[in-house]
Write a protein that binds this ligand. Structure first.
Ligand SMILES: Nc1ncnc2c1ncn2[C@@H]1O[C@H](COP(=O)(O)OP(=O)(O)OP(=O)(O)O)[C@@H](O)[C@H]1O
Ligand SMILES: [Mg+2]
Length: 346
């Protein structure tokens, strides 16, 4: 998309107003930058000058929030928590007046991977490659057409709804758009306690309130947030609530499906930091689904690359980001903006 925009700007002498959170994209595409903060343009400069000498404090924070592609996590040699063996999810394609099934979309087409306790596994790949479908299959929200999903040594994809319940509590999810994953009529306190109630944590009202207050504090929001509704919160605050809701039932695995892609870079960095703190504190594992390879180094122990329903490559974050083997991974990496201060793409 960026190459297309650049090409059109040149060939047609177009002027482009590009609105973005992504400082890598700015660096790669724009001639001039204006930084908006609380409704005002606080800084305007040619792009090179801006990166060399940002004037405003917020601009400096935007630049500092850019990830560093040179520091990687050590590997995490832990016992396996989740294991996928040759997992397949197929969606029927229907045609004609009778809506007969003529073929299947092989959204997930034989994926095998393991996630250890306390490990973060980043799942990357282009749009439509099957990442979210795989996440939904692990949550038992999509029927599995083949293969096996094992959690804590127990095959879970064949369990009945009822037998699944104890595992349902241990696997939680945080979605990209917290707005559409929360009931707008509920208060924050009700949203956080929803899972605790429906998954039967068996807490008294007082215990539940204390737990909500502790969770809010843990995601760095004051207890005054408990009586607010989703529309009264910013995107970053909503995502913190979504994380508190997931944590409420003491999960062992949290599936994060693009949890930060709707957030601006400085808020994104804060949410990623929070997720990592929680991992250090509670030993929770993450399956972290993202398009954004640049956040992977500081976050993930291992990376899997999906394409057309298949896992085409997996390995340590360092291995995949610095020595990608598969041509598709190489292509994916080359789309990460380079030459950004603070990022050394040696
Ligand atoms: N409920 C559904 N019915 C039919 N096809 C579906 C359904 N859900 C997903 N698909 C198809 O499955 C494929 C994988 O979709 P999926 O949402 O898993 O991709 P993704 O990797 O998460 O993409 P993105 O990065 O854009 O979120 C796509 O071709 C999609 O059109
Ligand atoms: Mg998706």
């Amino acid at each position: 998309m960026l190459a297309l925009i650049r090409g059109l700007t040149r060939s047609r002498q177009l002027a482009v107003l590009l609105i973005t959170h992504d400082m890598g994209v700015v660096k790669q595409t724009a001639d001039e930058i204006a930084v908006m903060y609380r409704g005002e343009i606080i800084e305007r400069a040619p792009v090179e000058e801006f990166f060399r000498n940002p004037r405003h404090d917020y601009s400096r924070r935007l630049i500092a929030a850019l990830p560093d592609l040179t520091h990687f996590h050590d590997s995490c040699a832990a016992e396996p928590l989740l294991q996928l063996d040759d997992v397949k999810v197929h969606f029927p394609i229907r045609k004609g007046v009778l809506q007969r099934v003529v073929d299947y979309t092989k959204a997930v087409d034989g994926v095998s991977l393991t996630i250890g306790r306390g490990e973060t596994y980043a799942l990357v790949g282009e749009s439509g490659s099957g990442k979210s479908t795989l996440g939904r299959a692990i949550l038992n929200l999509e029927p599995v057409a083949g293969g096996q999903i094992t959690f804590l040594g127990q095959p879970i994809n064949t369990l009945s709804r009822r037998a699944m319940l104890p595992y349902r509590k241990k696997i939680q999810v945080v979605f990209q758009n917290p707005n559409s994953s929360m009931n707008p009529r509920l208060t924050v306190a009700q949203i956080i306690s929803e899972g605790m109630d429906s998954l039967g944590m068996g807490l008294s009202a007082a215990q539940r309130d204390a737990r909500i207050a502790a969770l809010l504090q843990r995601v760095q929001l004051g207890s005054e947030f408990s009586q607010r509704h989703p529309h009264e919160l910013s995107g970053g605050q909503l995502q913190r609530i979504a994380i508190a809701r997931a944590l409420a039932v003491e999960p062992e695995l949290i599936i994060c499906d693009e949890p930060t892609s709707a957030l601006d870079v400085s808020i994104r960095a804060e949410v990623l930091e929070l997720l990592q703190e929680l991992q250090r504190e509670f030993g929770v594992s993450y399956l972290f689904i993202t398009h954004d390879l640049s956040i992977v180094p500081g976050l993930a122990h291992r990376v899997g690359v999906m394409r057309s329903g298949k896992l085409v490559e997996q390995g340590s974050a360092e291995q995949i980001l610095t020595r990608p083997q598969h041509p598709y991974t190489q292509a994916l990496l080359s789309s990460v903006p380079r030459d950004v201060p603070g990022i050394d793409h040696a």
